[in-house]
Write a protein that binds this ligand. Structure first.
Ligand code: ADP
Ligand code: MG
Length: 349
């Protein structure tokens, strides 16, 4: 067929730009859950409560007890490229918040019905404010300090995307996985998830001050006491890099790679360098297709890792991948070697 006649270059309307951008950030309800929980954590929340309807498609509500948003800034929260977290390039390069792009709420707002209910800590006007995203209406409301973001009817404006969603049960499972990823990294924060009016998960705040002890408690709560019993603490320090957390005994290996949690400077990541390093640490002790389980926390100088390579920040780029590979591999090998030699001594004695 003949090519369509060329049309002049035009800037896209704002709303369409947002909808296109939304496609990169929001794949399914779990993506919204991840972004909203990121925001709650950035706001300093101690307790985060999620309420979902129909696997999150009809409603995702995330309530936190963080610092809140002042009334006059509520409309800006839904604007594209609007953020309170960075203001220049230097801050981008050493960013320590989960968010910084100022895109999530705008993206979600362009493909769903969003409302914000917030009361700023120490606000003196005595009440909270509610912003209806669709109408732009701002009205006084009641709540204690913190923020509740409600997202209704995801993808209502983009039915083609909505068709890709799976059953409510599957979408709920993805949402729970997103919360689990956050929960393992933040034992100091309590999480509760309600679905269709029923409490489906609840992880209480761990008051353990020591990170390794707090992680152990949270891992037991989230993944089960059996996982905890079948895992080992690890802590390995190299040049400008530390790898700590817990890794499963070979017996705790699973058919699926569904218990592999890796974090870089507190952010959950999917990374081939890390998963390959972990896999190779288990080389001699895991057979066939069995998958190791772990929760690894990699702490590295923020200037040695770029988190701004993917809209959802689930992928990162290391300046020196080999160094990270070695650190992860050594950390796990060290931990695994200990009980094996102990068992050997026992057998010998
Ligand atoms: P980013 O997190 O990258 O800044 P978002 O679109 O996720 O971008 O959020 C925009 C802004 O709205 C944030 O920078 C923050 O100031 C504010 N905000 C969003 N959610 C919350 C919340 N739960 N508590 C306090 N402020 C929030
Ligand atoms: Mg954000």
């Amino acid at each position: 067929p003949a090519p369509a006649p060329r049309r002049p270059i035009r800037e896209l309307p704002d709303e369409l730009i947002s909808q296109i951008a939304a496609g990169e950030v929001v794949e399914r309800p779990a993506s919204v859950v991840r972004e909203l929980v990121d925001n709650a954590l950035d706001a300093g929340a101690h307790q985060i409560t999620l309420r979902l309807l129909a696997g999150g498609v009809r409603l995702i509500s995330v309530e936190d007890d963080g610092g809140g948003i002042p009334r006059e800034e509520l409309p800006a929260a839904l604007k594209r490229h609007a953020t309170s977290k960075i203001s220049n390039l230097a801050e981008l390069e050493s960013v320590h918040t989960m968010g910084f792009r100022g895109e999530a709420l705008a993206a979600i707002h362009s493909i769903a019905d969003v409302s914000l209910l917030s009361r700023e800590v120490g606000s003196d006007d005595g009440h909270a404010w509610m912003l209806h995203g669709r109408t732009g209406e701002l009205a006084p409301a009641a709540r204690t300090h913190g923020t509740t973001v409600e997202v209704r009817e995801l993808f209502y404006a983009t039915p083609a995307r909505r068709k890709f969603l799976k059953t409510d049960a599957t979408e709920l499972a993805h949402c729970l996985e997103a919360v689990r990823r956050h929960a393992l990294a933040r034992p100091d924060v309590g999480f509760a998830v309600w679905h269709e009016g029923k409490l489906v998960e609840q992880w209480r705040v761990c008051h353990q001050g020591e990170p390794q002890a707090a992680l152990a408690q949270r891992l037991g709560d989230v993944l089960g006491q059996d996982f905890l019993a079948q895992s080992l603490a690890l802590d390995w320090q190299g040049q400008g890099i530390r790898v700590w957390g817990r890794t499963g005994l070979p017996d705790a290996a699973r058919a699926r790679a569904d218990r592999q949690f890796a974090y870089v400077n507190g952010r959950f990541v999917r990374d081939k360098v890390i998963s390959h390093a972990a896999r190779s640490a288990y080389e001699d002790v895991l057979h066939g297709q069995r998958q190791p389980s772990y929760a690894l926390f990699i702490e590295i100088d923020p200037t040695r890792v770029d988190v701004n390579v993917h809209p959802t920040k689930i992928e990162v780029r290391f300046r020196d991948g080999r160094e990270v590979h070695q650190a992860v591999r050594h950390a796990i090998e060290n931990a695994l070697a200990k009980p094996r030699s102990a068992a050997g001594t026992e057998a010998a004695g």
